[in-house]
Write a protein that binds this ligand. Sequence first.
Ligand SMILES: Cc1ncc(C[n+]2csc(CCOP(=O)(O)OP(=O)(O)O)c2C)c(N)n1
Ligand code: SF4
Ligand SMILES: [Mg+2]
Length: 468
Amino acid sequence: MIRRSVGFMESFYRKDSTGTKATHYCPGCGHGIIHKLIAEAIVDLGVQDRTIFVSPVGCGAFCYYYFDCGHVAGPHGRASAVATGIARALKDKVIIAYQGDGDLGAIGFNNAFQAANRGEKFACFFVNNSIFGMTGGQMAPTTLPGQKTTTSPFGRDVAQSGHPLRVCEVLSQLEAPVYIERVSVADTKRIMQARKAVRKAIEIQRDGKGYAFVEFLAQCPTNWRLDALKSSDFVTEEMEKYFPLGCFRDRSAEAPASYAPVPQKSLAELFGEGESARDQEPDLSFAERSFKFAGFGGQGILSLGLVLAEAAGRAGHYVSWFPSYGPEQRGGSASCSVVLSGREIGSPSVDRPDVLVALNQPALERFLPAVHPGGVVVYESAIQMELNPPAGVRVFPVPALRLAVENEVPKAANTAMLGAMTALKLHPLGEEEILAVLRDSFHGKANLVEKNRVIFRKALEWVQQNPC
Ligand SMILES: Cc1ncc(C[n+]2csc(CCOP(=O)(O)OP(=O)(O)O)c2C)c(N)n1
Ligand code: SF4
Ligand SMILES: [Mg+2]
């Protein structure tokens, strides 16, 4: 019996109930074959648990329905940019960017090209079916001369639309890529070669050797208006003429391996006992802690979160800082989310903060109801508002604005809040660790450094002298 690779999910549960066993691809589509090669490879090479797949916009957009590994859905044409970010942040992962010829060759060409030029550590799987499949068959950068599409009904005219883009040949001019190969999935013999190429590209990622690029000539029977067999013939007889198969670069043997597993400290090691205390009575010893900082634009809300995240990062914690921009920057509300953890952080967004720091009333109105049971709210005591915190949430008013004004830096209420948080032990950092970041952020302005240090200290002492 032929069994689906365990690289695929057993049931495609993200799909609606009508299709949990089948993919959404049309019969004879090249995407399905390529998926199978990738799913088998990540399992056989033992990297399924550390693979992160970046899906494109195009018919491959639903990759995350199928592969049983980590996923990020890239915006149109940006899979290589997203893969770059992930590869730089999570150096022990195997990153796969999966892109079509519209996605990579048209809207996303520059960022794919630049990522290749920088030699980013990910595998780029490029599905060239010579057409925009998902949107109904428009001309792509790889459409063949004379090929009819909905936007070139008389055939591609190279005088008007340029020549098809040979991406492997272009990337071969760059120094950085370790491996570049063009394969086809038109018949069994070619699929076997494609299988080898997929494995090589993933092996390069497994060993941390650098950038690998595999182009697949693939069928799109639906938009080519051909049946599955004739589509395979079209790939071999027409596409291969323009896009010759073969290996353009293979430096995998000499490229130095750089894979080193990222040490995962236990949560208890970093924060003490109590990893799963979240659902118990008020207790701030839990290990991963999420913060929401909110106030007016201009109150230094984003910097407040950033200083904490920076100090925690320097101290060896996993951190994320997620600002909220937009009209909020121009005097309205501003907020940011910070997560400190002893392990990799799943999501930087914070819907239910453990700690809310609010510098204005709209911030309290908006975020107080969402504070996690057992959490803490530190807020500006000048806010005149009746508080109804969720059960088990403790609230601490702090005169941050007054302390900032009294010490001649009215804008430093954010620094006062850092001092208060330190006194309340809402984060695992010492006074010196926070002050070191403040010193660096005011680099060259000794006067400001000193005033902020004083405000930080005054707030810390105020909290110690006024226990709630
Ligand atoms: C910013 C933006 N522009 C355009 C589109 C429309 N669009 C969706 S998929 C696509 C092209 C997909 O073609 P390709 O990358 O070749 O993938 P295929 O479906 O052929 O596998 C386009 C232009 C979009 N979704 N977003
Ligand atoms: S439209 Fe083309 S590329 Fe998209 S699923 Fe169908 S055959 Fe595949
Ligand atoms: Mg396409």
